[in-house]
Design a protein around this ligand. Structure first.
Ligand SMILES: Cc1ncc(COP(=O)(O)O)c(C=O)c1O
Length: 496
């Protein structure tokens, strides 16, 4: 197949060129009915190709024409058997993978540091999680990946597990040993699902970690919008081998997809695939070189640290995506949140993620040399400034807490009900501070990075309550609760 073709983008252009008289959705009718200021800003072209499924334009739910060809081209490009375009991000990809691979009551091994959409998958599928502990890096204060040894032990201790779900790479760009894990999982006759939301580019450059499709995952997801050039919400679900039922997968996708997908988004995936297949290696080489040069320059600034190759081989760090620039600012006395705010307020720079210790800047094929220069200069200036208050001073409150280990993620609380049962149970609101011992009916994820601290069905322990109150105090947003400020929490109603 010719990877320089973009059959779906072309189908939309052909419709525009044909000058068809439109009596169909969307109601803005190719921009005619749209508010002028908005239309002028977004441009006529995007309005012209914002169309609806019809013969010649194809249907994402049941593709037979240009979308079918575009998905086949993507499957070839990523080395998958089949590829499906998603329009609600890897969030829906996680849900679709679970709904395809597991049934109510099935047990599935999942890392605790999964994105919260994994929990959505558990609630929808009714599966029971068997949590695998990722490796914790005490020095960098972050979780890395799950190791092959952990997967092996989990399967040995839980032989009834039907599938293993992994996250690789992490938000920070750390990748798991997928090849070894694939051997273990398939060797035990289980299905392997991989959340590779952050690795859609891996397949196109030899200096990047092994992709999940190349490792032989049965299903994996890529956020095409995160590291490639597609529009926001675009993701792809790749399927390999014959361990999952393709008819079930297709039925699940039909249930999750809108019957009115945004077609410019679909076209942007077609084009992003062409870009990777035809010039991905060159574009990524430039990106990797720029990121590595930036990493070296940041590491030359006193007080800053940007991890790189030296991390490889630590527990849970099999490989690294060099395009993620994680800058540890702790030694300057700043929290990551403060540094991110300074970068924005003083230097007009917005980073992808901040946590207590780090900020993460993404380098993609769209990152310019000028932008990289601005980032380095801003960091150099921040490092030169005298910090009035060292947030991590030996006598300071943060350092004292660090010494006590209270920034460590709390232990996984006991699971008293299945996530689905707790989610659907009768619930009541109670004061968060008094919720110790109750069964949580919500998912609470400090964001970023969006990793759940407690999931539906788990017991609210004192440790979890203290941890979340500390995160709130540090200004971290907690996603998921009914009450944004977490004064109250939804718990399962007790009988009697
Ligand atoms: C590991 C992981 N999986 C899934 C998602 C959800 O992806 P999306 O935003 O494309 O829905 C994210 C989002 O940050 C993520 O970090």
């Amino acid at each position: 197949m010719d990877q320089s073709r973009t059959p779906y983008f072309q189908a939309l252009l052909d419709y525009v060129d044909a000058g068809v008289v439109p009596f169909h959705t969307p109601g803005h009718i190719q921009g005619e009915g749209m508010d002028l200021a908005f239309r002028e800003f977004i441009g006529d072209n995007i309005c012209a190709i914002d169309l609806t499924p019809m013969p010649g334009i194809d249907d994402l739910l049941q593709p037979t024409e240009a979308i079918k060809e575009a998905q086949e081209l993507a499957a070839l490009a990523w080395g998958a058997e089949r590829t499906f375009f998603l329009i609600n991000g890897s969030t829906s990809g996680n849900q679709c993978m679970m709904m395809t691979a597991v049934n109510p009551g099935d047990r599935i091994a999942v890392p605790r540091n999964s994105h919260k959409s994994m929990l959505g998958g558990l609630v929808m599928s009714g599966a029971a999680p068997v949590y695998m502990q990722p490796e914790v890096d005490e020095e960098l204060h972050m979780d890395h990946c799950v190791t092959p040894a952990t997967v092996e032990r989990t399967l040995a201790e839980n032989p009834d597990v039907v599938a293993v779900y992994l996250v690789s790479p992490t938000y920070y760009g750390v990748a798991a040993d997928l090849a070894a894990i694939e051997q273990i999982v398939h060797g035990a006759g289980k299905v392997l699902l991989v959340d590779e939301a952050w690795g859609p580019h891996f397949h196109f450059h030899p200096a990047l970690p092994l992709s999940a499709t190349a490792a032989g995952a049965d299903l994996c997801i890529n956020s095409t919008h995160k590291m490639l050039s597609a529009f926001s919400q675009c993701a792809m679900l790749h399927q390999c081998g014959d361990r999952v039922r393709v008819d079930r997968l297709k039925a699940v996708l039909k249930m999750f997809l809108s019957t009115s997908p945004n077609l410019p988004m679909v076209a942007s995936m077609d084009v992003a695939r062409k870009q990777m297949a035809t010039e991905g290696a060159a574009l990524l080489s430039r990106t990797i070189d720029l990121a590595q040069e930036t990493r070296r320059r940041i590491n030359a600034i006193e007080g800053l640290y940007c991890f790189g190759e030296e991390l490889q081989g630590r527990p849970g760090v099999f490989d690294l995506d060099p395009t993620k620039i994680t800058v540890t600012v702790k030694h300057l006395g700043y929290t990551g949140y403060e540094a991110a705010e300074l970068l924005r307020r003083r230097y007009n720079i917005q980073v992808e993620l901040a946590d207590l210790f780090n900020v993460v800047a993404l380098f993609t094929i769209g990152t310019t040399r000028d932008a990289a220069e601005r980032l380095v200069e801003a960091f150099a200036e921040i490092a030169r400034d005298d910090r009035a208050v060292d947030m991590f001073a030996p006598s300071g409150v943060l350092e004292r807490r660090l010494q006590r280990g209270s920034f460590r993620l709390p232990a996984i609380p006991p699971m008293r009900m299945l996530p689905r049962d707790a989610f659907l149970a009768e619930t009541e609101l109670v004061a968060f501070k008094d919720s110790k011992g109750r069964i949580c009916a919500e998912t609470l994820s400090p964001y970023p990075p969006g990793i759940p601290v407690i999931a539906p069905g788990e017991e609210l322990t004192g440790e979890i309550i203290d941890y979340l109150r500390l995160e709130l105090k540090a200004g971290v947003r907690i996603q998921g609760p009914y009450d944004d400020r977490l004064r109250q929490i939804r718990v399962v109603k007790e009988r009697g």
